[in-house]
Design a protein around this ligand. Structure first.
Ligand code: COS
Length: 386
């Protein structure tokens, strides 16, 4: 049922096949249990690292696989089709902290952090949001103050994916002073590691979906950060975060495309087996129309995502494209999984079949890395900015 919309190269098809095989053999047998137990398996991260999947878009010179965005996203779609929690772990690591280090890190920072991240020895996380700064990310209040060569950070970051396992966290904090607030231009990016004095992991969220991906708060309490952990220029951290989210949103769109594909496959298979009124329910037009719309919307989401990915690989400005891809794919995933639950009827509402999990997992794609409302704001603003 795969929608063959984008002609893939031989290399892209072969990496896609590796991802599909890995997901089927190493992840699928555990997905249900990991969701039920809310369990994050570090061994899977190690295995994905061995495949090179934690350094997908990192050049070989920094120990990465060096593939383009489209290759990365088709692999991510395959993983998401089986387990959306593992997909977000991959997406955050590949799209946000590693890309930030690649783009704005010094050679010393790349040597120390990026290379082991690309090899899969260190897992990355991204800490922008705070309890009171979500959609309005520039209103964050975590404060960094200079102390000799070091910085002292105080504050709480929220909704940090992979936060309990995150070994390299790209965290945004204010470096302007309370007397001279500079808005988005007063924010800097820091490379934070859990060994820093004053770092602690706070509340682990008990989530509706993506239960095998740990989401936590991080507390920085007089946390001493060496001066060489500042990323790039002081005051540019918000811009770095926004540019990185242009990439991150493609990853979330790929996750949503994978969830929708899985919901379609399960629904089509179920509709062929399930009999009511003396025939398989796929014989009823009410079900056929649902399946047709699910397939069409899924195909449109994937086509837009792949077009955005290839635009990025051509070096184009993709802020609007990326938000469009995420908006369409996430709302499609929610809609498609809703139809899937409906096709399964009562069986869709219980945990005996995977569509119940897919429905729960789909919801967050409309929320994180920018809500659907924020994506619409970005898309509309871009209409007037160019
Ligand atoms: N790429 C590069 N720069 C960008 C950018 C992007 N995609 N988006 C914004 N910027 C720059 C702007 O150009 C501006 O730069 P200047 O200071 O040079 O003018 C600066 O960043 C501030 O941008 P803006 O004024 O648009 O900031 P706002 O406070 O209005 O916020 C939105 C813009 C709402 C788009 C932003 O806050 C956002 O994306 N919010 C959602 C955050 C999010 O996704 N959080 C999820 C985190 S992961 S759970």
């Amino acid at each position: 049922m795969a929608w063959a919309l984008t002609p893939l190269t031989e290399e892209q098809r072969s990496i896609q096949a590796v991802a599909r095989e890995f997901a089927a053999t190493e992840i699928a047998p555990h997905t249900e249990e990991w969701d039920r137990e809310s369990y994050f398996d570090p061994a899977i991260v190690g295995k994905l690292g061995e495949l090179g999947f934690l350094g997908m878009m990192i050049p070989e010179q920094y120990d990465g696989l060096g593939v383009d965005t489209l290759t990365y996203l088709v692999a991510l779609e395959e993983i998401a089709t089986v387990d959306a929690s593992i997909a977000v772990t991959l997406s955050v690591h590949n799209s946000l902290p590693t890309q930030m280090l690649l783009k704005w890190g010094t050679e010393a920072q790349k040597e120390r952090f990026l290379k082991p991240m690309a090899r899969g020895e260190l897992l990355g996380a991204f800490a922008l949001s705070e309890p009171d700064a979500g959609s309005d990310a520039a209103s964050l209040t975590t404060q960094a103050v200079r102390d000799g060569n070091d910085w002292i950070l105080n504050g709480t970051k929220a909704w940090v994916s992979s936060g309990t396992k995150g070994e390299v966290i790209l965290a945004m904090a204010r470096t302007d002073s309370p007397e001279d607030r500079r808005g988005a231009r007063g924010i800097s990016a820091f490379i934070v590691t859990p060994d820093l004095p004053g770092f602690s992991v706070g509340k682990k969220e008990d989530k509706m979906g993506l239960r095998a991906s740990p989401t936590v708060q991080l507390h920085f309490s007089d946390m001493r950060v060496p001066g060489d952990r500042l990323l790039g220029q002081a005051g540019s951290g918000f811009i770095y975060a926004m540019q990185s989210l242009d990439n991150g949103r493609l990853g979330i769109a790929a996750q949503a495309v994978g969830i929708a594909e899985a919901a379609l496959r399960h629904s089509a298979a179920y509709a062929a087996e399930r009999k009511q009124f003396g025939k398989p329910i796929k014989e009823f037009q009410a079900i056929q129309f649902k399946l047709a719309d699910m397939a069409s919307r899924g195909a449109a989401s994937r086509a837009l995502l792949h077009a955005a990915a290839t635009a990025k690989d051509r070096g184009e400005h993709i802020t609007q494209f990326s938000s469009m891809a995420k908006l369409l794919a996430s709302e499609t995933a929610m809609w498609v999984t809703t139809q899937a639950v409906q096709i399964f009827g009562g069986y869709g509402y219980v945990k005996d079949y995977p569509v119940e999990r897919l429905f729960r997992d789909a919801k967050v794609t409309e929320i994180y890395e920018g809500t659907s409302e924020i994506q619409r704001i970005v898309i509309a603003r871009e209409l007037y900015s160019r």
